[in-house]
Structure formats: structure tokens, C-alpha cells
Ligand binder design. Structure first.
Ligand code: F1P
Length: 287
């Protein structure tokens, strides 16, 4: 399933962008103090959006893992992201946030989390049969970016390119570290998670500048350092000096993540694994 699901991303992003005006007033409004929460993939999407919303000058935006929300704080709006709507930390948090406006972005309109949220944004067309999330996560981010006034069409066009770029040479790698800056940082965490989940493969992720503060020690021939979005000056040279391969595509980090989706699935297949049903993983974690 995952190969077809990831290939549909250009069209699910366009659909989300078309829907964004319907959710005005539910999605964060300019000037509000906003928290965005999620677990796993959904947390990493929250991280990326938080950076974009602050940079767009739309107000304080903090991202938290569902388990780490600081309940002593008050936000104008708390946006929870959960494909399943069953993740325990999210259901519990939404049930506790009685004095704050809560919004759930989900694939499933009817769920325990939806029952606790004040408002629900359902994207059922982005739901997935694969345990591993690809298009639900990026389609959520496309919706949120459209809500910031961004034009999603150029990103969808880049995603079409991302679906065609060669990846075969990368499948020989023995390890990969993903790096990025700003809104790409959360997506590097997601890239590494996808690679670990789908292919059970050693992958790490760091803010690009921080990568030089220690992690570069493991770079060596046969390993990849993969930048989502532009890399700061000098990093490509530092990586090349170690003998590791520096990987970069001329894409926004969100379509850049689509290349990683393809890499993770191809790597799983090359390793004889079923990327739809990874070892030890369930669609959501219910305690
Ligand atoms: C969140 C999540 C996934 C992860 C795994 C377990 O699910 O942490 O991101 O890959 O499948 O569940 P959800 O809250 O978005 O449904």
C-alpha cells in the first residue's frame, strides 16, 4: 500500500489546499498563541509547522510531543495532529485541556480524540492502509501551510519531480544521517523515523549546524549525510572531507521528504522487509 500512498502526495496536497478556506476560523488565526501536539510522525509535522508559522509572523507557535505538553501554560488554541485519533497521549491531553480551544487534525472523523476536541478537521482522503505514515503527515502540513497563505501548487509540482528522482545508488549506503535547518528540522526527524520504521535501518537526524557538534564523528565512506532543503555553507565540504556521501536535492524540504519516503520503501524491499507492516509497529499506540 505504502508505495501507492506515497505516490499520491501531489494530489492529496492539492486537495488539502483546496479545502483550506473551509477551515478558516478552525485553523490558527494570525496573532494567536498556538501549541501544536502529536506523537511520532505527527509531532515532527507539528515541529515543522511551528517554525513556519512563527516565520510567517503569525504568532508564538510551540510544538510538543503529546506526552510533554506543559499543562501549566495557556495557549489560545491547541492543535492536535493524530491520523488515527486513538493515540493515548493525544486523547488524554485533549480531555484535560478544558479552558483552551482545541482542534484535532485527523484522518478519521469519528474517534476518541475527535470526541474530546472542540473542532475536528478530517482529511479522510489522506488516510492510509499502511502502518507507516507518508501522505497523511505531509497532507496535514500542506493544509497548515495553505492556512498560512502559502501557495501549495509549486510544492505539489516539486513532489511530482520527487517521485521521479533516481534513488538506486543510495540503497547501497550502510547508514544515513538527515540534516536540515528551520522548518526542515522536524522533517529530518520524520525522514529518520521513516527509514527506521519501514526499513529497520540505522538513521539519525540533526539540525544542520548542530551536526558538526559531534555527530559528524561517525561520517565515513559508505555512509550518507542527506540534507533536506538548503545546507548552510561549508557543510557539504565538511562531509566530503570525511569520505561520506553528501546528498541534496533542489527541493523544498516537504517534497524533499517524498524522496526519503521512496528511499525508505525501496530500502525495505531491498532488505526483504514488508514496509506496510514493520516489525513491532502498530497503526497507533494505545496504552
Ligand atoms: C502516531 C504514531 C505514528 C507512528 C506509529 C505509532 O499516530 O506515533 O506516527 O509512526 O505508527 O503512532 P497518530 O496519533 O498520528 O495516529
Amino acid at each position: 500500500f505504502v508505495a501507492a500512498e506515497l505516490a499520491s502526495q501531489p494530489s492529496t496536497w492539492r486537495r488539502a489546499a483546496d479545502l483550506a478556506p473551509d477551515f478558516e476560523g478552525i485553523l490558527p488565526r494570525p496573532g494567536e498563541r498556538v501549541a501544536v501536539v502529536g506523537c511520532g510522525t505527527s509531532w515532527f509535522i507539528a515541529m515543522s509547522y511551528a517554525v513556519l508559522r512563527e516565520r510567517a509572523g503569525q504568532g508564538v507557535t510551540d510544538a510538543f510531543a503529546g506526552s510533554e505538553y506543559p499543562t501549566s501554560r495557556e495557549y489560545d488554541r491547541v492543535v492536535a495532529i493524530s491520523r488515527s485519533g486513538t493515540t493515548t497521549e493525544i486523547v488524554q491531553l485533549l480531555s484535560e485541556l478544558l479552558n483552551q480551544k482545541t482542534v484535532l487534525i485527523t484522518a478519521v472523523a469519528d474517534s476518541p480524540a475527535a470526541a474530546e476536541a472542540d473542532e475536528v478537521v478530517a482529511l479522510p482522503f489522506a488516510d492510509e492502509r499502511s502502518v507507516v505514515q507518508t501522505r497523511f503527515a505531509t497532507t496535514t502540513l500542506a493544509l497548515l501551510r495553505a492556512g498560512l497563505g502559502e501557495d501549495i501548487e509549486p510544492l505539489a509540482v516539486q513532489a511530482e519531480t520527487a517521485l521521479t528522482l533516481p534513488i538506486d545508488d543510495l540503497l547501497e549506503a550502510e547508514q544515513v544521517s538527515f540534516i536540515g535547518v528551520g522548518a526542515a528540522v522536524g522533517l529530518t526527524f520524520e525522514a529518520a523515523l521513516k527509514t527506521r520504521e519501514a526499513a529497520q535501518f540505522w538513521a539519525e537526524s540533526y539540525p544542520s549546524m548542530d551536526y558538526r557538534h559531534g555527530p559528524i564523528a561517525i561520517a565515513q565512506p559508505g555512509r550518507l549525510v542527506w540534507s533536506l532543503g538548503e545546507a548552510p555553507d561549508g557543510i557539504a565540504d565538511d562531509v566530503a572531507a570525511t569520505g561520506a556521501t553528501f546528498v541534496h536535492h533542489d527541493l523544498d524540504p516537504m517534497p524533499g521528504l517524498v524522496v526519503v519516503h521512496r528511499f525508505a520503501v525501496a530500502l525495505a524491499e531491498a532488505r526483504g522487509l514488508d514496509p506496510d507492516h514493520p516489525r513491532s509497529l502498530t497503526r497507533s499506540v494505545i496504552l
